[in-house]
Ligand binder design. Structure first.
Ligand SMILES: NC(=O)c1ccc[n+]([C@@H]2O[C@H](COP(=O)([O-])OP(=O)(O)OC[C@H]3O[C@@H](n4cnc5c(N)ncnc54)[C@H](OP(=O)(O)O)[C@@H]3O)[C@@H](O)[C@H]2O)c1
Length: 278
């Protein structure tokens, strides 16, 4: 891989999929990262990104003609890659990401396999950037592994974090109406979703509950300690392309008024001042 001065050599695992294409869209011309190597399985190996492209946005020019390759973690390392963005299906992701980390690559993963590992931060930077401390308090040999949450849990914690102390919740109840994008490619069968709401998404409710409690928890002694308040979730799939709708009910110990809640949401801007490109 060609070293570009000042830009970090990277790769996308699962570059043919829905999340992989979003990574490509964001990384095609990024000030911090060199255009990434695109990794696919044997099924997509040899195909150009432009031929696999499914997003409404344009395929990035720097990556459009790159052919996907089934590169192993060892080969990525040998090509000088330092950071890997993971967009693999669960199961496959767990094995490959562990191997990448063991070989000294830094992994940022969208998959669920490592989200509950005690020393792996499950990160929404606005909410729990302090959990990154777990990586330095209990340093493993090799690279680091950071995960991001299920899309429904990500929206839920962003709504709750600014008002958590204000409300002191006793319980949280969530009903979600989730878009088709959340199911990846090729997505939900058209005959299942047309004129329908699908009231079951396998393991979704369990993930939303566990991940939310974890992200709102604290990092101590190299481990993440989840919150203990009960969270109840009910998740359905609806025939919308992008954007999940969430209805959240909080059973609260405190009773702030409406303007205190709105004010807390309006003032919530924890990344203000960070020099980030997005
Ligand atoms: N969609 C969302 O909104 C969303 C949100 C949060 C998290 N996630 C998580 O992110 C991950 C990716 O989701 P997705 O929606 O993008 O799924 P997807 O569209 O099915 O994409 C996964 C891609 O991984 C590739 N792949 C499979 N095995 C591989 C291997 N051994 N090496 C390299 N590539 C391989 C597959 O393509 P080929 O086999 O053709 O190469 C496939 O295109 C999943 O773990 C998912 O749970 C998704």
């Amino acid at each position: 891989m060609s070293e570009e001065p000042g830009r970090i050599p990277s790769a996308i695992l699962g570059a043919s999929g829905y999340i992989g294409q979003h990574f490509a869209r964001l990384l095609g011309d990024h000030p911090f990262f060199a255009p990434p190597l695109l990794v696919g399985s044997d099924r997509s190996a040899g195909r150009r990104l432009e031929d696999l492209w499914q997003l409404p946005e344009e395929v990035p020019g720097t990556l459009a003609r790159q052919r996907l390759r089934p590169l192993t973690p060892r080969e990525l390392r040998a090509r000088g890659v330092r950071v890997v963005f993971g967009a693999l299906p669960s199961g496959t992701a767990g094995v490959l990401e562990s191997e990448c980390r063991r070989r000294g690559l830094h992994v940022f993963s969208n998959s669920s396999d490592h989200r509950m590992d005690p020393d792996v931060p499950l990160l929404v930077p606005e909410v729990n950037a302090s959990h990154l401390r777990a990586l330095t308090e209990r340093r493993r040999p090799g690279g680091i592994l950071v995960t991001n949450p299920n899309c429904t849990a990500a929206g839920l914690v962003l709504g709750l974090a600014p008002i958590w102390k204000l409300l002191a919740p006793r319980e949280v109840h969530l009903a979600s109406y989730q878009a088709l994008s959340g199911a990846g490619l090729p997505g939900v069968a058209s005959l299942s979703i047309t004129d329908n709401v699908v009231p079951f998404i396998r393991e979704e409710e369990e993930k939303v509950v566990e991940e939310t409690r974890r992200m709102l928890g604290t990092a101590r002694n190299g481990r993440i300690h989840p919150r203990e308040e009960p969270i109840l979730a009910q998740c359905a799939r609806v025939g919308v392309r992008d954007g999940h709708l969430e209805a959240i009910t909080v059973v609260a110990r405190r009773r702030p008024n409406r303007s205190e809640i709105l004010d807390a949401w309006c003032r919530f801007d924890p990344l203000a001042g960070a020099t980030l490109p997005t």
